[in-house]
Design a protein around this ligand. Sequence first.
Ligand code: FES
Length: 145
Amino acid sequence: MEKDNFNRRDFLKTSFKSLAVGTIALSALDVKKLFAESAAETKSETESAAKVISISEHPELSSVGGYIITGNYFIKRTGDSKFLVLSIICSHKKCDVDYTGEGFECPCHGSTYSSTGKVLQGPAKKNLKSYKATYDAEKNTLTIN
Ligand code: FES
């Protein structure tokens, strides 16, 4: 009888430990998967979602040479129906860059970029991300893809 109780207790202890380890391992995997899926969704959302800018709401963009910074975008009108759209996120470690009027400077580690987002000085190695933008003259809107 004594031996039976002991075995039952050992069995329960072992079962509980196995269950706990299994649950923790599974949870860790699920959390990892969840983070990966969440990151992928966020990335695809930001990459696939088109942003529409109403030019009439941004009078700075009404004339060639005018620019705005909205969200993570630097938008400059470069022609009657042409716009330059760049990310203001530094390609080095993702600080926001500052527009100097002639180019961009990163306050974090000193990278500089040309007015078109090309790296002039590191540590950044990649240019600022540029976006395709389509101007709709009828609606007076700019769609950023
Ligand atoms: S984050 Fe811009 S230079 Fe490092």
